[in-house]
Design a protein around this ligand. Structure first.
Ligand SMILES: *Cc1c(COP(=O)(O)O)cnc(C)c1O
Length: 491
């Protein structure tokens, strides 16, 4: 180990725990033995696993240092389009840490966890109210699992009517999980091209919708950040042929309190609590992708479901048409508590206001950026705006270079090369939680990068230069990933 590394607080190259460990060092103290020593039975005495031995302080410093290398919503603006990286209010963490929630064992008898079951039932009601649908399951552990549940429900619904349908319509702007979920259920995903205005045209759907097609998966607003204006007409076309309409509600942050998904013809919709409802994403904790359905589809929802009888909450498996179980125990319960806390602390008026501000912020960036970058569609957007590198490509600068250079300016890059219908896409979602000053800083960084592309393109091609790591070989990283750290002694 480099002696300097041991002495400085800000270490920018962190040894593996194996390199820090010393034989016999421990992170805990055992109380003094007050019984006779007894040897372990022979069959239990095995070689201990080869793990580093460390003190508590070694371990804490290692992980805190690694955590400081991460960009997170708690350290900087994080404008990843479609991911809705809004701030995670700390009051949510306080509610989730209440012992009655945090320590509730999933095998507790119902009589001892009435509060937790009530929270599940109440959150289901709130999400039904917010979406305009009738019944909700909180089981799915992510948006993609919500989609899978939705496709299983499509299949169960058609089978109940004695129909076999093999196809699902999926617009070309859809998130990759949509065709993947359809395929996982055995459906063939049939792509529908969006029209020149970036939204679906009813004629394109009418031309493909037939009686072998189970329905359509629609994202509204779509991944170009545009509202699907013809959704009611499209729903009518699909319903007329006996199909169902799936709404991908990952982008609900744009339309809370403003669009009634049930009334515009959506039959099944998933929400991402880790996007719209402010719960942490990915490494910050598991997600949740509740699924909301129309009354007619309620019998197919996953079991067990929370029911309310004779003044008590209880789990029930008594839904014979159910698609079955998707998650162990109560789903990602800690996430549900955080989302419930968010909804109650905001209230209906503030949820609606959050959507208005998310849309305002995205349009502020859209107008501020179009002088420097080519917009995918030059008209008002919803919660996110999409640009491309069309003006920079002739200078030999691509979306990847722009994204890497943003890191030098202290910003997490936006989503890049998605949606696929926009070559070299830069998809930017500021969310409602950024201030005008922060948005102005982002605009200034993007303007500086556009200038550098004209005056010093090489600087962008070699970015990032101010980060711990330089440009990685992305092909090698994808083809030959090294996913484990080996103790240095191992070959
Ligand atoms: C994020 C997202 C999904 C998938 O949600 P996960 O929780 O990541 O599985 C699906 N559709 C859209 C439009 C999304 O933005």
């Amino acid at each position: 180990m480099n002696p300097l590394q041991a002495a400085t607080g800000l270490v920018f190259e962190e040894p593996l725990l194996w390199e820090r460990g010393r034989n016999g060092r421990t992170g805990f103290s055992m109380p003094r033995r007050d019984v006779e020593e007894t040897p372990l039975p022979q069959e239990l005495s095995v070689e201990p696993p080869d793990l580093p031995e460390l003190s508590e302080v070694d371990l804490v410093r290692h992980y805190v240092r690694l955590s400081q290398w991460n960009v997170a919503v708690d350290t900087a603006m994080y404008p990843l389009g479609s991911c809705t990286m809004k701030y995670n209010p700390k009051t949510n963490e306080r509610q989730a840490a209440l012992p009655g929630f945090a320590l509730a064992h999933p095998l507790l008898p119902e009589s001892l966890c009435q509060g937790a079951l009530e929270l599940i039932a109440a959150l289901e009601c709130l999400l039904a109210e917010i979406t305009g649908l009738d019944a909700v399951t909180l089981q799915p552990g992510a948006g993609a699992q919500g989609e899978l549940a939705g496709m299983l429900i499509f299949h169960a619904y058609h089978r109940r009517r004695g129909r076999v349908r093999s196809k699902i319509l999926v617009p070309d702007t859809a998130h990759g999980t949509n065709p993947a979920s359809a395929a996982l259920c055995g459906y063939t995903a049939v792509p529908v091209a969006s029209g020149g205005r970036g939204i679906l045209e009813p004629q394109a759907v009418a031309a493909l919708m037939d009686e072998q097609t189970a329905g359509i998966m629609l994202t509204n607003p779509n991944t170009l950040g545009l509202f699907e204006e013809h959704v009611a007409e499209i729903a009518r076309i699909v319903h007329e042929k006996g199909g169902l309409v799936y709404g991908d509600g990952a982008n609900m942050n744009a339309v809370l309190g403003r669009v009634d998904m049930g009334r515009i013809g959506v039959d099944v919709l998933h929400l991402n609590l880790h996007k719209t409802f402010s719960t942490p994403h990915g490494g910050g904790g598991p997600g949740a992708g509740p699924l909301c359905v129309k009354r007619e589809l309620e019998p197919f929802l996953p079991v067990p479901r929370v029911v309310h009888r004779e003044g008590r909450f209880a789990w029930s498996e008594d839904f014979p048409l159910s698609i079955g179980k998707l998650q162990a125990f109560w789903g990602n319960f800690g996430v549900l508590v955080r989302a419930y806390s968010y909804i109650l602390s905001m209230g209906a008026a503030n949820l609606e206001q959050a959507s208005r501000l998310a849309v305002l912020n995205a349009n502020y960036l859209r107008v501020g950026l179009r002088e420097h970058y080519a917009p995918a569609h030059d008209r008002p957007c919803m919660h996110e705006c999409v640009f491309s590198d069309a003006r920079q490509r002739p200078l030999g600068v691509t979306t990847l270079d722009i994204a890497k250079r943003l890191m030098d300016y202290g910003f997490h890059p936006p989503t890049v090369y998605f949606p696929l219908v926009v070559p070299g896409a830069l998809m930017i979602e500021p969310t409602e939680t950024e201030s005008k000053e922060m948005l102005d800083l982002f605009l200034a960084a993007m303007a500086a990068i556009a200038r550098e592309a004209r005056e010093d393109p090489e600087r962008l091609r070699t970015a990032p230069t101010r980060c711990l790591r330089r440009r990685l070989d992305e092909v090698a990283a994808a083809r030959k990933p090294t996913l484990t750290g080996r103790p240095p002694s191992a070959p």
